[in-house]
Design a protein. Structure first.
Length: 117
C-alpha cells in the first residue's frame, strides 16, 4: 500500500511539474504572440503610412503638373506682353529717328542753299 501511495505521490508530483512546464511554455508562447502582434501592428502602420505617402506624392505631382502648365501660360503671356512693349518702344524710337532725319534733311537743304547764295 505504501508503495502505491508513493507511486501515486510521484505521479502527482510529475503531473505538477508537467503542468508547471506547460504553464511556462504557454507564457512563453503568449509573450511571442504579443511581440508578433506588435510587429504586425507596426507593419500595418507602415503599410498604411506608405499608402498615405504615395497618395500625397500623387497629389503633389498632380498639383505640380497643373501649376507647371499655369506657369508656362503666364510666362508665355509675359513674353508676349514684353514683345508688345518692345514693339511699341521700337516704333516710338523709329518715329523719333524719322523726325531727326527730317530735321537733318532740312538742315542740309539750308546749308546747301546758303552755299549756293
Amino acid at each position: 500500500m505504501e508503495q502505491k501511495l508513493e507511486k501515486l505521490s510521484d505521479s502527482v508530483n510529475d503531473m505538477k511539474s508537467l503542468i508547471q512546464t506547460f504553464n511556462d511554455t504557454l507564457k512563453n508562447i503568449e509573450n511571442r504572440l504579443a511581440r508578433l502582434e506588435k510587429v504586425d501592428s507596426i507593419e500595418h502602420r507602415v503599410a498604411v503610412n506608405q499608402i498615405d505617402l504615395s497618395d500625397i506624392k500623387e497629389a503633389l505631382d498632380r498639383l505640380e503638373s497643373i501649376h507647371a502648365g499655369e506657369i508656362s501660360k503666364l510666362l508665355n503671356e509675359i513674353a508676349n506682353m514684353k514683345k508688345q512693349g518692345n514693339k511699341t518702344e521700337i516704333e516710338y524710337i523709329h518715329r523719333r529717328l524719322d523726325s531727326h532725319l527730317v530735321k537733318l534733311a532740312t538742315a542740309e537743304e539750308e546749308i546747301i542753299m546758303l552755299k549756293t547764295k
